[in-house]
Design a protein around this ligand. Sequence first.
Ligand code: SF4
Ligand code: SF4
Length: 293
Amino acid sequence: MATDTRDDAGWPVPPRPPEGVVMWNINTTCNYRCSYCTQRFLDDRTRWARDTPRFLEGFRRLPGRWEVKLSGGEPFLHPTLMDIVAGLAEMGHHVSVVTNFSAGIEKLDRFLEAAGAALRVFSASLHREYVATEQEETAFIEKARHVMTRLPPGASFHVTCVATRANLPVLPELVQRFAAAGIRLKVQPEKQQRDVIAYTAGEQAQILALGGHNGLGMIAPSFQGRPCWAGAYAFTLDDRGAAWRCYPARRYRQEYLGNFLDGTFALRETAQPCQYAYCNCTVPIERGMMTRS
Ligand code: SF4
Ligand code: SF4
């Protein structure tokens, strides 16, 4: 890794990222109830970020250009999704989205139009408890092709699927079916009680053969003790404006960065050691924000 500094523990500090990433859960609302959903124990699954103008003001105050990754719940159910996306694009930020892909073509087109050239990553989740038949799978692929042919330069599209024990046997064939349609399908290990389930060695080998967690070649990444730019160039934001360093920080209710809406939000200035045994923050990992080796 290209670096010229080391932290106090001797770990190389990754280069300062060129662009920050916000992982914003804009709602808890979802039209699905997947058996493996990590949010299914939330008290309230009807919440959504209500004050769009104040959130947009918060994004306007961020230093430089950021990629805002919208997820939920299901972001396409948010009543002002198009205003949010158009507002972020207008102020020069990038927009990415993670969706269960149940939205219709008309709504997807409106999203693509609102994002325009600002779109960076479109991630469609294939939930086989809801897309179960051959016909439903074909319709999913056709919709994916529709979106892919309308992506702006520099944007990418992929599909993810959770490697439940029910899905594992069919995943290799699914990956091939999607690849034949020009679509990359990445697998995600199943989590229960916030941690990756106890896969057998054989199941782990199957997941690794499919690329590991989101194609990262690992099942449960860990960077504990190593420097990471999350908190300075990445943070999670919820529908109420609460910001944490990353998903594990939010899970353990530590490394709170303040509230985006009430003036208490503050970014860190440096990379700091990771405090967590399990990192499920794909976006910072893909952007090289932590020391990987
Ligand atoms: S689509 Fe996503 S948010 Fe909705 S229930 Fe399934 S895993 Fe949870
Ligand atoms: S869990 Fe991941 S994103 Fe969070 S501080 Fe550790 S390495 Fe960084």
